[in-house]
Design a protein around this ligand. Sequence first.
Ligand SMILES: NC(=O)C1=CN([C@@H]2O[C@H](COP(=O)(O)OP(=O)(O)OC[C@H]3O[C@@H](n4cnc5c(N)ncnc54)[C@H](O)[C@@H]3O)[C@@H](O)[C@H]2O)[C@@H](O)CC1
Ligand SMILES: [K+]
Length: 546
Amino acid sequence: MLKGTEVLTTAQMRAIESAAMASGQVTGLDLMERAGRAVADQIRLRWPKAGRATVLCGPGNNGGDGYVVARLLHRAGWQVRVLGMDNTPGPDAAEMKRQWQMIGGIAPLTERELRNGPESDACVDAIFGTGLTRAPEGEIAAILAHLGGSGGRDHRPCVVSVDCPSGMCMDSGAMLGQPRTGGGFAPHARLTVAFDSPKPGHLIGLGPVLCGALVVADIGLQSWRERTLDGPGQRPVRLQAIWPGFDIPDQRFRSPTATLGKHSVSGSHKYSHGHALVLAGGPAKGGAARLSARAALRIGAGLVTVGPSREALHEHSGPPDALMRLAIDDAGGLCDLLADKRINAVCIGPGCGIGRAADLLADLLRARRATVLDADVLTALSRNADLMAGLHGDCVLTPHMGEFARLFPDLAERLEETPTQGPAWSKLDAAREAAARCGAVVLLKGPDTVIAHPDGRARIHSAFDVPWLATAGAGDVLAGMITGLLARGLTPLDAASLGTLIHARAARLFGPGLIADDLPDIVPQVLRALQKFQSSSSVATALPMT
Ligand SMILES: NC(=O)C1=CN([C@@H]2O[C@H](COP(=O)(O)OP(=O)(O)OC[C@H]3O[C@@H](n4cnc5c(N)ncnc54)[C@H](O)[C@@H]3O)[C@@H](O)[C@H]2O)[C@@H](O)CC1
Ligand SMILES: [K+]
């Protein structure tokens, strides 16, 4: 299995496959055989006793993989029934179909045939893969609905999807022809076996829910992946997945966790770990900013100051005692404070109040500090184009979908549209476009968080397994964590990515019942685990399970 860390678009995947075949060292048939074998192996791993399988083969190479699966399961003693189309596929799939036909027959690929056939332990969905271009219709749409449980939940087959649940756009995680939010009938796979690398759709949109457990199988394309994507003059931007069990995954990048051990650098002192400022608001609004400040402290900022208005200062007298407090009345006061160049990271937004955030922001942006913009300040930004124009490359915006829609209404609207053609516009496209427009890192929050840099780099963090993270104040903690990491000297993209990872890990460690106040105090445990992981291994091995 691939130590999956990079995410490829379907276009990149096709380019790699073409390069491999053009080299003459591997044929399309070889790749199809390996793909089919990977799926059959995964099925046999999960069902060690030979059972009954129905294999649904579509019109193209995904169907070709299906014929390989059918042949290999038959060879392993399974009772295999194949439903296929009466078409002439490309040469590789045609050859695999021919080989199957020497073993068994092919029933028509219809919903009636599927519904009325004998029960099976596994239903292999090899109808569409990366070649999907439009919404499935007619008979195939009916089959896919059946796989999604249209005949009643009790009749929902146990689906193993080849490459992806059929009908899903692998670049976006959207089901073509269906609402973005789900609700239509779509194949819900128990297991999806993807090839070479995960695609964005496996990690965002409906993908993580529809794919079930995701296995990324190595089909021997690694050297072509490296050559094709790193070749001179043809460097498409790669995506990187932050797997649930891993941190910044690409070893060619400096490891951010290496900088987190507070006492690891001899002679280091608190100022060498940065000084973070969390701008708080007026009376009765201090909680959110204190959550941010506490998180910034826990994640390792050397010093953290919380800066409310003067009349709210007394509200911040409680613990933690390590936190410094300083009244900041207005933009002038902020400028005076920022004359101290040791303050190297600022968090603005949580509990700040929209008016105060707007008053402080222009001067803050002019001071060119690494800055996290969250909550109220995002609303202020959305109302003021001049403020928006002042954003710079050391800023990290952390909107949830609602805030994103206020900041970039046209991009959010596109994400609401029911996609009819692939590749469909995705959350990834939206975050990248937003980052390019505003010249800052944009972290679009959700169970599928996308972090985009203005230069096109992007990272995806899928955390569908911690729904309890959607709790009041969790965003304030995330903003504080990122601010603390910026204070520690991480780049905005790394700080946003690592903060997202640590945030989700802390929630996973705590489990259900979590409130935001719990998160900062679990950070030390997460950091210890990350450091242990870092020293024992530097590669990703985790597969996201749902
Ligand atoms: N290209 C390669 O070398 C390899 C491809 N592999 C498999 O091949 C798949 C891609 O194969 P294809 O490019 O043939 O595409 P698919 O098998 O995904 O799709 C088949 C054909 O269906 C048609 N189609 C698209 N949307 C449709 C719709 N809504 N209704 C009806 N027909 C529709 C398209 O014209 C497409 O050519 C991958 O997902 C993977 O499973 C693997 O065998 C590994 C090697
Ligand atoms: K499929």
